[in-house]
Write a protein that binds this ligand. Structure first.
Ligand code: PEP
Ligand code: MN
Length: 337
């Protein structure tokens, strides 16, 4: 729910009232740009209902809304949030492309991928050091050595790194090496991990869970925001449906819906979203059209030899071609690459 204070309420009375709400386990959140008169209120619904705020002498109006998330809501923050990832701003006028291998496999592999994506116009480098694999017998990532390789490639090419955090106890290894943490689809509802990412002070790319609704995605974002970390970037990466012709079903609805209902930037991952390299370019273009703020794309110097996700990885040449083909779509959307 939201409430609007009467215009004559002075700051001291207001602050005392806000304190009373906090004492009841409620969190009043000032809506930006409203001069401290409009608040979102979150807390247990039983307490909210028992308040009878409609009849409160300090309150002009109560606005009920069904959205359980508040900090992530555009109602709280009408302007787009722009998240800085190293020197890159995500969610602003510029359409960003973050690219790189699914996993860091070797120094040579990462260097070839980083040089290629940089030359083609990517502004960020992706690559997993810790891989969440369906099978425990699959390649699990090179861990700390891979983080060092990512940091070195980042320095050489001026590309901030986005890489997945699987375990909060590894956080210290990531510091100073990455531009943003990725919370992967499988961990979207790992609440202790979300809280740790929130407390890390690092920007977070939060990927949608395989069978999570967009409301659940925004509530997951809320866990990070609640720790005082405003730098959350959402990522649609496809959901599991009855369809089997593609690895996942890339939900373009969610991108358009999220852009209406949240101020947070939204990226699209057509690599995991389709699982098929030949579908990455068309879905990337669709992503521009539905209002995504950027893309995350898997690129491998030799996709056929990749240790993970080779079938959906672009070669350096196909990635460069995609970047060229993307330009007119980005321009038509009123943005720049
Ligand atoms: C990845 O980015 O390589 C990855 C594992 O993504 P997701 O969590 O979306 O499956
Ligand atoms: Mn992958």
């Amino acid at each position: 729910m939201f409430f609007v204070l009467k215009p004559e309420v002075d700051p001291k009375t207001r602050d005392r009232f806000l304190e009373e709400l906090r004492a009841k386990d409620l969190t009043p959140l000032a809506v930006s740009g409203k001069g401290g008169r409009v608040y979102g209120l979150v807390g247990p619904s039983s307490v909210l209902e028992s308040l009878a705020l409609d009849r409160h002498p300090l309150i002009e109006e109560v606005i009920r809304d069904s959205a359980p998330y508040k900090r992530a809501s555009r109602a709280m923050h009408p302007d787009d949030t722009v998240v800085p990832v190293g020197p890159v701003r995500i969610g602003g006028e510029r359409f960003v492309v973050i690219a790189g291998p699914c996993a860091v496999e070797s120094e040579a592999q990462l260097e070839a991928a980083a040089a290629a994506v940089k030359a083609a116009g990517a502004v960020g480098l992706r690559g997993g050091a810790y891989k969440p694999r369906t099978s425990p017998y699959s390649f699990q990532g090179h861990g700390p050595e891979a983080l060092d390789l990512l940091a070195a490639a980042s320095d050489r090419h001026g590309l901030p790194v986005v890489t997945e955090l699987l375990d909060a106890t590894d956080l210290d290894l990531f510091r100073g090496k990455v531009g943003a943490l990725q919370i992967g689809a499988r961990n979207m509802q790992n609440y202790p991990l979300l809280r740790a990412a929130g407390r890390s002070g690092l920007p977070v790319v939060l990927k949608r869970g395989l069978s999570a609704t967009v409301e659940e995605l925004l509530l997951a974002a809320e866990y990070i925001l609640n720790e005082g970390n405003p730098n959350v970037i959402l990522c649609e990466r496809g959901i599991r449906t009855f369809e089997t012709s593609t690895r996942n079903t890339l939900d373009l609805n969610s991108v358009a819906w999220l852009k209406l209902h949240t101020h947070l930037p939204v990226l699209l991952d057509p690599s995991h979203g389709t699982g098929l390299a030949e579908l990455v370019a068309p879905l990337a273009k669709a992503g521009v059209a539905v209002g995504a703020d950027g893309l995350i794309i898997e690129v491998h110097p030799a996709p056929a030899e990749a240790l993970s996700d080779g079938r959906q990885s672009l070669s350096p040449d196909t990635f460069a071609q995609l970047m060229r083909e993307l330009a007119p779509f980005v321009e038509a959307a009123g943005r720049s690459l």
